[in-house]
Every structure is written in C-alpha cells, then in structure tokens.
Design a protein around this ligand. Sequence first.
Ligand code: NAI
Length: 254
Amino acid sequence: MTRIDLLGQTALVTGGSRGIGAASARLLAEAGANVVITYQRDRRAARTVCSAIEASGVRCRAVRCNTARASEVRACVRSVLREFGRIDILVNNAGVWKQGAIGAMTERQWDETLDINLKGTFLFTNAVVPSMKQHRSGRIIMIASTAGQRGEAFHAHYAASKGGVIAFTKSIGPELAPFGVIANCVAPGWVETDMTAETFGDRRQAAEIRRTIPRGRAATPEEIAGAVLFLASDLSSHLVGSTVSVNGGSVLSN
Ligand code: NAI
C-alpha cells in the first residue's frame, strides 16, 4: 500500500482556524507534517486546532496574520522560516465569500474580496517562493472555487478573485516547475462550513443546491482536504498548474 509520508516537512496553511483550512491542517499533520496555521481574529479557535494537531505528535503553531497585508504576510513567513527552517508546503486557503449585486457593489466590497482572496494568495506565494527555490523543492496549493471556473451571479467579485487564483496558478505552475516548486489548485464546489452555514441553514436553498450536485450533497471540509493532501504528496508529482475539481460532479470544467 502506498502511504503518504510528510514526516519532517513543514506546512503553512492560511486561514487554518476552521473549515477547509483546519481540515487540511489536520490531514497534513496526520501524514506527519509540522503545521503552521494562520488566523485573522479567532485566537481561541486557532489554538484549539493546534492542540488537537499536537496531540498527533507533530508541532503546530498558530500565527495571527491578515492575508491582505503585505507587511503581516512577510513577518509571518519570516517567523516560520526562523522557527522551522523551511516551508515545504503552502496552502493558500484564507478567503471570504460575500454577496454583491453588480451595479450596486461598492469599490470597498470589491477591494476587500480581491485583496483577501487574490492578493493574499499572491502575497503568501511571493514571500515563500524564494526559500522554496533555494531548496529546489516545494508545493503550493491554492483553494480556488467552482465560481472561478464558471462564474457566480451576485458574487462577481468572488468569482473574479477565484478565476484570478486559477490563472495565477496556471502562470506560476510552469514558471516554478523547473526549480522543483510545484503549484496547483483545488476548486471546491459547495462545502458545508461556517462560510456557507447561513445558506445551508435555509432548508429551501439547501435543497435547491443539493439538486444541482449529482452526488446529492455538499462536500465535507475533509473531502477538500483529501485533494490538498494529494497535491502535497509525491502521488501528484507530475501535476503542474492544474485545477483539481472537487464538486460532486456539479461543474465539469477546468
Ligand atoms: P471559512 O469561512 O470557514 O474559513 C475561511 C478562513 O479564512 C477563516 O479561518 C478566516 O478567518 C480566514 N480569513 C478570512 N479573511 C482573512 C484574512 N483577511 N486574513 C486571514 N485569514 C482570513 O470558509 P471555508 O469554507 O473553510 O473556505 C476556505 C476556502 O475555501 C476559501 O478560500 C473559500 O473561498 C474556499 N471555498 C469554499 C467553499 C465553500 O462552499 N465553503 C467553496 C469553494 C471554495
């Protein structure tokens, strides 16, 4: 049996205090990686995730960092490199999903979503790549969305940010592969997390959504984390700049 072994590696997961980020951090740790999770506000949630991870025998650290702020991202990456020596796996997960009708969307709404989802992905990647190139190895995994593949009405800023993440990955994939640094993204469809709790809390909306998914249900965070672990492992060593769609069959497009 092939076993995924990340023993001794260090993974940095942005927005790891809950949802897909927390599930990814847990799974990477189960495979042996030491994990750093970033959080924006909820220190207690981040510490709870870290304690559970440490119980599995690896190191975990929680760092407060606003993904949209270049100075905070640089400081975060510097401190992780100081403490752990290297970053082998970066998971650009932190994100927001907000509603906004075009024609009424403010510049502030647009900028907030683009800054966190797309600029944040750029900032972390940009800060981590020099050390990965130096070690001639590394995995960068973005969390995009089906919205970035087929668009999403009333969420144009979100869809544009995630489409940007996919194009960013297609660009840096071939750029970094010659240096042993591999970048890919995961595009989840609907996932039941805090982000979508209000939507799934509405029984009518939840039933409508489930009807659009051939598997008949939304994903769990762990099902997205499975794809993250695959992309972090040697099993995916020849995948470059690609998008792994994890959506229960709802959107068959890259
Ligand atoms: P969530 O809302 O449960 O978690 C998002 C995480 O990002 C939180 O830990 C939050 O603190 C962090 N975050 C938000 N803004 C931040 C900032 N400025 N700086 C640092 N951290 C920040 O959401 P979920 O569902 O776990 O989403 C994770 C990723 O998956 C996001 O990028 C989201 O867009 C994406 N995604 C989620 C889907 C879903 O249906 N839940 C579907 C497709 C993609």
